[in-house]
Design a protein around this ligand. Sequence first.
Ligand code: PLP
Length: 370
Amino acid sequence: MTKALLSYGRQAIDDDDIAAVVETLRSDWLTTGPAVERFEADVCAFTGAKHGVAVSNGTAALHATMHALDVGPGDEIIVSPMTFVATANCVLYQGGIPIFADVDPDTLLIDPKMVEAAVTPRTKAIIGVDYAGQPCDWDALHTIARKHKLALVADACHAIGAEYKGRKTGTLADISVFSFHPVKHITTGEGGMCLTDDEKLADRMRIFRNHGITTTAIQREKTGGWYYEMAVLGYNYRITDIQCALGSSQLKKLRGWISKRNDLARAYDTALAETAVRPLKKRNDGIHAYHIYVARVPERDIVFKRLRDAGIVANVHYVPVHLHPYYREKLGPKEGLCPVAETAYKEILTLPLWPGMEAADVKRVAFTLR
Ligand SMILES: *Cc1c(COP(=O)(O)O)cnc(C)c1O
């Protein structure tokens, strides 16, 4: 008998989600209408951030962030190598230079000591990645940012719903970015959002997502005018009402999903105790959102294949960004630049974790691993 494949992540869509999307399909606005504003307000209410700017995906959100912070040619941006390529690509889109600072071996979060060591007179910002769903050491990063007058960006694509010392992600940096790709906690199909308390930064990102045009169609409809101006070179990074209706509906379930993800992670911790599989460390100063459950595994490539043969689809997050061929060619740095991330890369395995899983699935994965 063939068992269903157990994938590393998966969306959960229910009838309420479907009804919310159908409602927008019957409405006057398919894109950049009331559902976009509602979703932005919903995510702000959830996180406590003042302004939300919803865009077409998390990568566009990172690009808008770099634009808002006026990143340009020659500017250095300190980033974690243990992330999805988009975290560093957004710097290149603006002509900036990503500078990789190594991670902490226990959590694989960017190491503030390495960040401090990477600061130069050309540094403009730091992008911390809340890897796996666990917030970075934001207090330490803030201290460095204040001292050197740098902007602080949170790539929180793994971490909506996480908390750091009682504060929610979305409020932990000057600008925070979420993704709503289907493997993330809540989905809009494709989608992303920039969160900030700074009205000027929010305005710059709003204009950037709409070609650099200073008014939106819905604003012009309200005032009855036709005239518009393009003030800066922007992009079409808009998200649709159809997608945002799904986002608002999904957000209602996020709290329950975070707690389910934590339950499953604890079940893994227990089932894997006293084996050679070593889960990454969970700090005890907040709430881990567990976007992914990552462990160090001996003979990782063999284990990956044996799991796959048993119908369990694990994954590896991530190939350190500076080791990708494009980055090797572009920036020159290769092996040895971030030894902690490079060593971790050879051992890490992402085990299946999503809210629709049951304790029996965790047992099956742990049994197969053993
Ligand atoms: C998913 C992700 C992104 C990009 O988001 P998209 O919506 O896929 O463009 C960026 N950074 C991290 C850490 C991510 O996990």
